[in-house]
Design a protein around this ligand. Structure first.
Ligand code: NAG
Ligand code: NAG
Ligand code: NAG
Ligand code: NAG
Length: 369
């Protein structure tokens, strides 16, 4: 896999469009998804989104890196700071969205909640070179803390499966949520946890990466696969079991990156001994709608089924094209199909999610071309 820059990608697509002009509808073992590589364009400032999404989906899940991270993940980086659920694709300038990252840790050192890593600069963890795997509707990456993170999405929710490696200490996974975004333009926000269920909820007010004003966003995280041990909130580098909610106000003295806070849930060893799932609903309208989006679209935490549904949606979109690839290299075909795939990441379908009006009329946002 050799990520191309955006400029190389555009050049190669024009060339391949010429080469692949005539149609061929009679090729039965051909699966178009084998020719889509969402990692193309993720280095050298390509700023494309390589994570899991449906065509035009609002939920877009990927690992967020530090440094280059306009669309969450970039290949020429070394650490991951969290996993977030909404992104843009192909923007310039400052990074976009990446609100409410979650982050898993296999256990806290000495089983002390305060010895886990909380704020962004403390919890950042190296990702294992060559580990990222991306396919339409799926993204995975391995972290140096032994976590294998896989993700997929429905239209308005993300589903993560975190698998923990062998560790010396007993597994007691902690998952935090941070009231943060990639451009670090949050003003106020709040987060809470339900001590009975471990459900993490909250709000934030954010400025867009460019453009005017602010927008509010809401999240709702539920878990499956392990018995809840305890819950609480954290702020900067301290965590506690009480209270169960935390609020952040805009601060003139501490930058948004260090003024991070959120809630967490800690678990006993996972039921299968190795993995837990986190389901994240998002909404521009409210916490209730964020939870309802996830409950409606992802009632069963069906990871494989969700990947399959996403793959079918992508095949249906891409199969309107057909090409005669005789004499054309596999690499050039990959460039073509990956480019075609990328035309349907944005704009995003935010129908029913615009707080300025109530309507079922289709409403799309994030037009960048
Ligand atoms: C379609 O593709 C097959 C397999 O690559 C090839 O044998 C055939 O000649 C092509 N048909 C047309 C009409 O281009
Ligand atoms: C996602 O939303 C689109 C537009 O409303 C809809 O056509 C599609 O069926 C949805 N996909 C899934 C997998 O629910
Ligand atoms: C989020 O905002 C709603 C509406 O303003 C509020 O009722 C709710 O308590 C907030 N949630 C959290 C976790 O702060
Ligand atoms: C943040 O504060 C502003 C101004 O007070 C308010 O309009 C907004 O609803 C607040 N956002 C959240 C998420 O509570």
């Amino acid at each position: 896999m050799h990520p191309l820059s955006r400029k190389q990608l555009v050049g190669a697509i024009s060339t391949s469009l010429l080469a692949l002009a005539s149609a061929n509808k009679s090729n039965n073992d051909f699966d178009v998804l084998d020719y889509v590589d969402p990692l193309i364009g993720t280095s050298n400032g390509g700023h494309v989104f390589p994570g899991a999404t449906l065509p035009y989906g609002m939920a877009k899940a990927v690992a967020d890196t530090k440094g280059e991270n306009q669309a969450g993940f970039a290949y020429d980086t070394s650490v991951v700071t969290g996993f977030s659920h909404m992104h843009d694709d192909g923007t310039g300038g400052s990074p976009s969205m990446g609100n409410f990252p979650i982050f898993p840790q296999p256990s806290c050192p000495e089983d002390d909640i305060n010895k886990c890593q909380w704020q962004q600069d403390d919890r950042e963890t190296a990702w294992i070179p060559k580990s990222p795997k991306a396919r339409p509707g799926f993204f995975s990456i391995d972290l140096a803390n032994g976590v294998h993170a896989e993700m997929t999405t429905t239209n308005r929710s993300a589903l993560y499966r975190f698998t923990f490696g062998d560790s010396d200490t007993a597994l007691s996974p902690v998952v935090l949520v941070d009231i943060m975004d990639l451009p670090q333009l949050r003003s106020n926000g709040s987060a809470a946890v339900d001590p009975e269920t471990g459900r993490l909820t909250g709000n934030g007010t954010f400025a867009p990466s460019f453009g005017q004003g602010t927008y509010d966003m809401h999240f709702c995280v539920d878990f499956k696969g392990a018995r809840l041990r305890d819950t609480g909130v954290w702020s900067q580098n301290r965590a506690g079991f009480e209270p169960k909610s935390v609020k952040i106000e805009p601060s003139g003295t501490i930058s948004a990156s260090t003024n991070s806070a959120g809630s967490f849930a800690r678990f006993y060893e996972p039921d299968d001994g190795k993995s837990i799932m986190a389901r994240v609903g998002v909404s521009f309208i409210g916490v209730d709608q964020a939870c309802a989006n996830a409950e409606r679209e992802q009632p069963d935490y069906d990871f494989e089924g969700t990947v399959e549904t996403a793959e079918d949606a992508w095949r249906e979109k891409l199969n309107v094209f057909s090409v005669d690839a005789e004499g054309v290299s596999k690499e050039l075909q990959e460039v073509f199909w990956s480019g075609a795939y990328r035309t349907m990441i944005s704009p995003q379908d935010y129908t029913g999610e615009n707080p300025l009006w109530e309507s079922d009329e289709p409403y799309y946002d994030s037009f960048y071309w």
